[in-house]
Design a protein around this ligand. Structure first.
Ligand code: ADP
Length: 431
């Protein structure tokens, strides 16, 4: 038992002892006992009144008291001081957080589980035109009115960021990213990427314009070279150089065509059309016939069609992607080997296009890189066989526009499989 309680019990004991003595002396024991207990009780009531008054007055120093009540006052005082200190610390952290986010150039909004705005910084008011006092508590989609943003919140996949035009200035592009945190709360980070988008557009325009401008002089050069090759004005010693110049002209033409195609695919950010229905079986026969006609190395092309379905797709783009994969398979396979082109049904209503070759294969470390522009495992082999280094980059873009991705499996020395899985939304069952 603590010292404070011992004191309290001794006080009660002394009061009772005194009352018994006085009761025995005056002959009213019960009255004196009652008086002693009343005295003890009134001390407790009085201390409780002091405690309440102290708490109400919010004075810093607690009242002086003896025994258990002194202990209660001191402990309470200690507790309040600790609470006060941690409150101050928390307030400082919140103030620092607000000051740092307010100073950030990116807009930041704190949203609750229903996407209502709880807080926003200065940059957010500037970027999307929020007025903090008026708009707090509003649902974010009511203020940032954009179908892409609404879809982004509905779908709930916040791994990727989205790009939209600013609701207050159409010429500005914003990147929005939602970061879930804590107990169903979200941080919406808004970044102004107008400058980046303009630079990217400038780069694309430059490549497209330069390719376009280079095409006309190249056509003239190719024309004169054809004329020289067919005429007999120059001696036989010119046959080889002219043939080489013609080959380089063809390479440059292919390169420009691929650059233009890629820049067209990059410029059009929308999904490829869902309107046109492409008969894939017929398209594959056409691609393989053309590839066989251009093939100089005696390959065999087998078509294995196990799916009668068609695709909602942009036919030109699909043709380009599929023929790129088929010609690559031929170019990177030794003479006389077989290339198999497969069109089959996949899981859950998807459709799969595959090109399987028995070629040189690709080492594992190169696989994630070969869809980058101008990335080649073996540059001299690629150039010798007429490669531009842009084929797989085109394939990747086309597939992305059709909701698909390129999957690559390869064993060096044994062959490769290039696979595209088209989503159900693109597949049309025939009959
Ligand atoms: P390229 O015009 O050089 O073929 P691509 O973008 O079509 O450019 O391909 C990039 C690189 O990927 C090629 O240089 C080649 O190294 C590798 N590659 C593509 N297809 C195949 C294949 N079927 N087998 C082996 N390597 C391949």
């Amino acid at each position: 038992m603590s010292r404070n309680w011992t004191g309290e019990i001794m006080l009660l004991g002394a009061l009772l002892f005194g009352s018994v003595l006085l009761g025995a002396f005056f002959g009213h024991l019960a009255w004196f006992l009652f008086l002693a207990l009343a005295l003890f009780l009134s001390r407790w009531v009085w201390q409780m009144v002091r405690l309440e008054k102290w708490l109400d007055s919010r004075r810093r120093q607690p009242p002086e008291a003896w025994g258990i009540w002194g202990h209660v006052f001191d402990e309470y005082h200690l507790l309040l001081r600790r609470q006060y200190k941690s409150k101050k610390r928390l307030a400082r952290v919140i103030r620092e957080f607000r000051e740092s986010t307010a100073a950030m150039p990116d807009g930041t909004l704190v949203l609750d589980s229903h996407f209502r705005i709880l807080w926003c910084n200065e940059a957010a008011t500037r970027l999307v035109g929020l007025v903090a006092r008026r708009d707090l508590g509003q649902v974010a989609t009511n203020l940032i009115r954009n179908p892409r943003f609404s879809r982004y919140l509905d779908e709930g996949d916040f791994e990727q960021a989205i790009e939209i035009h600013s609701p207050i200035d159409d010429s500005r592009t914003l990147m929005l990213r939602l970061v879930p945190y804590g107990n169903s709360q979200y941080l919406l980070v808004i970044r102004d990427i107008t400058r980046l988008v303009r630079l990217e557009a400038m780069r694309r325009d430059f490549v497209a314009n330069a390719s376009h401008e280079l095409r006309s002089p190249l056509t003239v050069l190719a024309g004169y070279l054809d004329m020289l090759a067919s005429g007999r004005e120059l001696g036989p010693e010119w046959d080889k150089p002219i043939a080489e110049m013609q080959a380089q002209c063809r390479r440059m033409t292919n390169l420009l065509n691929d650059l233009l195609e890629l820049s067209h695919l990059e410029t059009d950010k929308s999904d490829a059309s869902h309107e046109d229905i492409v008969n894939v079986q017929w398209l594959l026969h056409r691609i393989c016939k053309d590839a066989e006609a251009a093939d100089e190395h005696n390959h065999e092309i087998t078509i294995d069609v196990a799916c009668g379905c068609s695709l909602r797709a942009a036919e030109g783009e699909l043709h380009s992607a599929m023929s790129n994969l088929v010609t690559n398979a031929l170019r990177y396979s030794p003479n006389g080997t077989t290339v198999t082109v497969i069109w089959r049904a996949g899981h859950d209503g998807t459709a799969v296009f595959e090109v399987v070759d028995q070629g040189i294969g690709i080492e594992k470390k190169h696989i994630p890189l070969i869809t980058q522009r101008f990335y080649r495992v073996d540059s001299s082999h690629s150039r010798k066989t007429g490669g531009t280094g842009l084929g797989l980059a085109i394939v990747k873009h086309v597939l992305k526009r059709h909701g698909s991705e390129l999957e690559i499996e390869s064993v060096p020395g044994q062959g490769s499989t290039f696979r595209c899985v088209f989503p159900v939304s693109r597949v049309v069952r025939v009959g």
